[in-house]
Ligand binder design. Structure first.
Ligand SMILES: O=c1[nH]c(=O)c2[nH]c(=O)[nH]c2[nH]1
Length: 307
């Protein structure tokens, strides 16, 4: 019985690259998940571990980031540029497949914010604060406990990002601290928020829309010194604007965007190309509540991500 190597391919899966165009104060961004894979004669690597024909997956990843520095364009164009380059790089590589998933981002709009400098160009559309299209979920948890009824409304996976207007500095340093202080970073999070209503007949749709808008507007407008500060400001805004809300609990992972070092390829990177890292992530959670409303812990029992 002859045993042989059948079809095979290899590449780097899910390179998360975010490219920001800062050429005007109205930033734009492209957010991609790029997977490459090569076909060709890689028999030697499989049979004997001879890697002389292996264009490493690390190199493929670097190529994705380096190509993003030169502009992304459409996913199709970016895929074509990459695939042509990879397929043409060595004689023994006969083909390349590049899969590009492109995540859409909408500008956050803020009513009545025309006087904020970040809105000056397009009415209420923010220059550098975005909401990822499509991912979010509306939630409700209702508890009936004897005579008591509790309604917790919420949303999950409301993904937002600011390309500027975020700092993080002034933290203590010990022997394990390597994080650099920054006065300008990309700030991104997936907001999970749950808020408990006071009793009463309420227009839940209108309240949901209002709370969601308050969360978005406040994320966009707050010059953030920490994600904790943004979280607090978002909770305060909801309680200030909606007397119907007794308390709000927020869970906000810090979706880190690391500036990709392109210097090894002779490229600068003036805050253009980022690696959107999915883990580990900071997880910032907090409750904002009113002093004069009795707690209702039973309403929260079994609700994940609230503290
Ligand atoms: O907004 C932040 N809060 C933190 O607590 C923290 N920790 C960290 O490493 N980066 C950040 N960013």
């Amino acid at each position: 019985m002859a045993i042989r190597l059948g079809p095979n391919q290899y590449g780097k899966a899910e390179v998360r690259v975010v490219a920001v165009d800062r050429s005007s104060p109205r930033h734009t961004l492209v957010d991609l998940n790029v997977s490459t894979s090569l076909r060709g004669d890689f028999t030697a690597a499989h049979a004997t571990g001879d890697n002389s024909h292996v264009l490493t997956t690390d190199t493929q990843k670097n190529t994705v980031f380096a190509f993003a520095r030169e502009g992304v364009g459409t996913p199709e164009e970016f895929g074509l540029r990459l695939a042509r380059h990879l397929a043409g790089s060595y004689d023994w590589i006969t083909g390349a497949r590049v899969a590009v998933a492109s995540y859409g981002w909408d500008r956050i709009t803020v009513a009545g914010a025309e006087h904020d400098h970040a809105f000056r160009r397009a009415g209420a559309e923010h220059d550098h604060a975005f909401r990822r299209a499509g991912a979010e979920v509306r939630t409700a948890v209702v508890t009936v406990d004897g005579e008591d009824e509790h309604v917790i409304a919420g949303l999950a996976d409301l993904v937002v990002l600011k390309t500027t207007g975020s700092e993080f500095r002034g933290f203590p340093r010990d022997r394990y601290t390597t994080l650099a202080e920054t006065t300008d970073r990309v700030l991104a999070t997936a907001v999970t928020a749950r808020w408990r209503y006071r009793a009463g007949d309420l227009d839940y749709d209108a309240l949901f829309a209002g709370v969601r808008t308050a969360l978005l507007e406040t994320f966009a407008s707050t010059h953030s010194l920490a994600l904790q500060q943004s979280l607090h400001a978002m909770g305060v805004a909801v309680l200030e604007q909606f007397p119907e809300v007794a308390e709000i609990r927020l869970s906000m992972p810090n979706r880190h965007h690391f500036l990709q070092d392109l210097s090894a390829f002779g490229l600068d990177n003036p805050d253009v190309v980022y690696h959107a890292d999915d883990r580990p992530y900071g997880l910032i959670e907090g409750t904002v509540l009113r002093d004069d409303v009795p707690p209702a812990e039973i309403a929260w029992q079994g609700t994940p991500g609230s503290c």
